[in-house]
Each structure stands twice: as C-alpha cells, then as structure tokens.
Design a protein around this ligand. Structure first.
Ligand SMILES: Nc1ncnc2c1ncn2[C@@H]1O[C@H](COP(=O)(O)OP(=O)(O)OP(=O)(O)O)[C@@H](O)[C@H]1O
Ligand SMILES: [Mg+2]
Length: 484
C-alpha cells in the first residue's frame, strides 16, 4: 500500500502537477484551502505527510501546520513558499513545520527526496515513542522503589536496546527471569522470539542438540532434522537459565558460538549463522566456579559483558510492603476479593523475615495466606509456620535492621551480612538453618520443603551437596527420574 499524502494549494494547476508527479509512489489527496485540508486530515488517520502552500486565502500554511500539529504532532508538514525569508522559516520551524521548499518547484526529484525523508524521520520518531511507552509498561511487572531495584531498572533501560550479552546473577526467586524478559521486551527484538533454555534440566548430550539442533540420523533417535534453540531464537533473544550448570565440553561450544556467531548442528558440518541476543542467568557464584575450574574463565568474560545482579529480598526489605500489597491484590482478586488488607503486625513479621526463597517465596506465602485467610484482613494468625517459627521471640530484641546493600557486594548470593535473628551468624548459616528446618518440618520430604520455601528442589539438593549433607530422604523415589 502506498503512503497517503495531502497536497494543499489554492492554485489548481500546481496541485495537479504535484499530485501527478507523486502518484507513482504515493496516494495523493488534494485540498484548495486550510479548512478543507483540516477536515481531510481528521478523516484520514493513516495520512503520512502534508505539503502546503504558504500563502493561501484564509488561513496561511503556517497556521494550518500549527493546527495540524495540535491534533497530530507526529504528522510531518512541509511548506512550499515563494518567499525565501529566513525569519519566516525559523519561526515556522518553531511551530512544528518539518521542512521548507522553494516555489516554483523546479527540481521535483529533489523535492520528492525531502518528502520521503520527512516521512521516514516521522516513522522513526514514532518507533522511539512506542519503545518509550513500552518501557513504562514492561517495568510494571516489577515492584519496588528501593535503590537496589531502581538500579536494576536503570540498567535494564540502558542495556535493553543494545545487542550486548547480559549475565544476570542473583539468588533463587529474585527476579532473574523477569529481568531477562524485560530486556527482550524493551529491545528492538521485542517482536522476535524469546527462547528460554533451562540448562540444568538437560544432560550434556541433550543440551547440545537442544541448543544447536541436529541433523537427521545424527544419533539413534534423530529421525528428522531439528532446529536448535539458537536457530529458533533468530531475530530474538535466547535466555540460557542456570548457565552455571553446563558441563565443560558444552561450554567450549558455547564460547565458539559467542565468538563467531556460527555453529554446526549435531551430526552436521554446515556452518550456521543465527542472529540472536544472548542473556544468561545463574544463581551460583560463577567466579567461584571459575576458581574451582568447573566454569571456563574465557566464557565467563564473554557472558559477563554486562552484569545485572538481582538483589536478595533481605537486601531490599523496604520493598516488602509494596510487594505484599501487589500480591495481595493479585491473589485476592483471584479468590473472590474477600481479603482487603493486612494488619501492621503481620506485615512487620513479613518485613523481618529473611526470605531464603526471595520474591518468589514471598509471593507463594501471600497466596497461601489469602487462600487460607480467616477474615478480611490478614493477621499474624494467618502467617505460615516458616515465618512464625523464624521470628525472634519477644525476649530477644532485634538488632538494627540490615544495612542497605553496597553496590559492589550487596546482592551477592553468598554475601554474609549482619544477621538480625539471634542464632546463626551469617546469612549463609541462616539460610542453611532455614532449609534444614523446612526439610525437618516436612519429614524429610525435600520436594515439599522446596515448595514451602518457594525455591526449586534442585537448588535444595545442590545446597545440601555443597554443605556435605547426606542425601538420603523421603522423596528419593522422585529423584530417580532425575538421575542420569
Ligand atoms: N521485583 C519484583 N517485583 C514483582 N515480582 C517479582 C519481582 N522479582 C521477582 N518477582 C516475581 O517472583 C517470581 C520469581 O521471579 P523469577 O522467576 O524471575 O526469579 P529467578 O531469579 O529467575 O528465580 P530462579 O533462580 O529460581 O530461577 C516471579 O513470579 C516473578 O514475577
Ligand atoms: Mg529463573
């Protein structure tokens, strides 16, 4: 479909000449004066540009431009004038006129170029405005006004429009995937695919064919060619979740992809190029894995072009009230809207808790409280056991609240900060105590404990392994499916 333009001039011969010249590339409307032009503008929402004479009976071309811009600021207007008066030009530009052209128009091809340029500029400006308004709505998925969260929003805004590789580090349930999706949705790739790969869920061989695809016959089950996630993500974003879990041979392949942007399908020898943006996430301390030799240093630096660290919830407790209010509204609406608020004492208990499962755990807790609520307002009686049991008793007054996180270390998952509750001395200890308590409460069933804490069962297993805890438990049978 050709773009529509409107040509306004009181002299019919000039209107007709222009309309005829532009007809091959544009759908031309014409009007003899400003009044008729305005009603045509109003009736043509997909109008791309207006060309108007300067001197006309009735309102002038500049007056027309001013009135058009009042209604449609993004509709470009070009004025044709016989008077090459610089002051006039400057004044009119200030009123929103986009360009001027000298009458009589002797160089029609040159004029057509200027028209095309004005239309293109307006389209670009619209795109920027759209992106900006999306920026508002995309970040609406986030709640929190703390400095730690503001920092995340700033980073997202800055980094999203670029194609830079991003590594998102942060503890379980702290919003890493939310950040990854925002990075995609606020980028020029937003209309392209967002392809998430859960690296930890797959064995090394499966992961490789999942990422790179495979040719027919590459292995016994490869009955047909299959496109890998990198190819599927072409024109969009690939999100490699739990990247700390991939094995060394796959790391080598990944590094090669990041360096050359090309790869081969399993069982194939054709070099494939895919246009993707890579975002990776981990809740492990990758630098420590590098030090231990289980993560390649060169890959780490390739991934870590931009580093976004999502803070542990205990490092931005000031957001808990806002988060509670958001989740309360959400779950109350889903449950008939009977719960309308929360008592200050109950909120205080939530604010004082340590949240090993971070925002996800808070969300789960609020959902549970809303579903089980005994009245219209949540009270301390509605608090789940993991919170009431963790609360310090009245005889041990709480220490001062945790200090705000320092940008350098505050959001490190392994960071040890002053612990408010009495017994454990570091956050790592506190976390361990809480997880072990949850497992004990669930009679050793780690799946249930994980649900209770709002963290994944895998991460419980990982932590137990890290602490050297014995891995014999009630839900071993479920685990068999996970064993290689
Ligand atoms: N700042 C926030 N505001 C609102 N909701 C949030 C925020 N952070 C996280 N959430 C919500 O918490 C839940 C967990 O977030 P998400 O899945 O992004 O965490 P994650 O860091 O990827 O966790 P994991 O390490 O377990 O994969 C989601 O429901 C998400 O919408
Ligand atoms: Mg996640």
């Amino acid at each position: 479909m050709k773009p529509k333009i409107l040509i306004v001039d009181d002299e019919k011969p000039l209107r007709d000449t222009l309309a005829k010249w532009f007809a091959p590339s544009y759908d031309c409307l014409t009007a003899p004066d400003a009044e008729q032009a305005l009603s045509m503008v109003a009736a043509t929402p997909d109008l791309a540009l207006v060309i108007t004479d300067f001197k006309m009976p009735g309102a002038s071309g500049i007056e027309l431009a001013r009135r058009i811009k009042a209604e449609r600021p993004d509709l470009p207007v070009i004025i044709l004038t016989a008077h090459a008066d610089v002051n006039l030009v400057i004044e009119a530009m200030r009123d929103g006129v986009d360009d001027f052209f000298q009458k009589p128009v002797t160089d029609l091809p040159q004029f057509e170029l200027r028209v095309a340029k004005a239309i293109r500029t307006a389209a670009l400006e619209r795109e920027v405005t759209d992106l900006k308004s999306q920026l508002g709505t995309e970040l609406e998925n986030f709640t929190g006004k703390s400095p730690a969260m503001e920092r995340i929003y700033r980073l997202i805004r800055k980094v999203a429009p670029t194609d830079a590789t991003v590594l998102i580090e942060g503890p379980s349930g702290s919003g890493k995937e939310l950040v990854a999706r925002a990075l995609h949705n606020l980028s020029r790739r937003a209309k392209g695919p967002f392809v998430a790969v859960e690296c930890a869920a797959l064995s090394a061989t499966l992961l490789e064919s999942e990422l790179f695809g495979h040719e027919k016959g590459a292995f016994t089950d490869a009955l047909a060619r299959r496109l890998g996630k990198f190819e599927q993500a072409s024109g969009g974003t690939i999100f490699l979740d739990e990247i700390g879990e991939i094995d060394l041979p796959t790391q080598v392949k990944l590094l090669r992809v990041l360096e050359s942007r090309t790869f081969q399908r399993v069982g194939g020898n054709e070099d494939i190029t895919a246009d993707f943006r890579l975002v990776a996430a981990t809740n492990r301390d990758l630098l420590r894995l590098v030090a231990e030799g289980s993560f390649r240093e060169d890959l780490y630096y390739r991934l870590n072009v931009i580093d976004i660290r999502t803070p542990a919830l205990r490092d931005h407790r000031e957001d808990i009230a806002l988060l509670v209010s958001r989740f309360l509204k959400e779950f109350s609406a889903a449950n008939g809207g009977t719960v309308t608020g929360i008592e200050p004492a109950a909120l205080k208990a939530l604010e004082d808790y340590d949240w090993p499962g971070n925002v996800r755990q808070l969300r789960n807790v609020i959902e549970k409280m809303v579903v089980l609520a005994s009245g219209p307002r949540l009270t301390t009686d509605d608090l789940p056991m993991e919170i009431t049991e963790a609360a310090p008793d009245a005889s041990t007054p709480r220490a001062a609240p945790a200090p705000p996180p320092s940008p350098a270390t505050g959001s490190r998952p392994t960071e040890a900060a002053p612990k408010a509750a009495a017994a454990p001395t570091t956050l790592a200890d506190a976390e361990k105590a809480q997880i072990l308590a949850a497992i004990a409460r669930c009679n050793g069933n780690k799946s249930r404990a994980a649900t209770l804490l709002g963290i994944s069962r895998r991460s419980i297993h990982r932590k137990l392994k890290a602490w050297g805890e014995k891995d014999l438990d009630a839900d071993r049978t479920h685990d068999l499916s996970q064993q290689p």
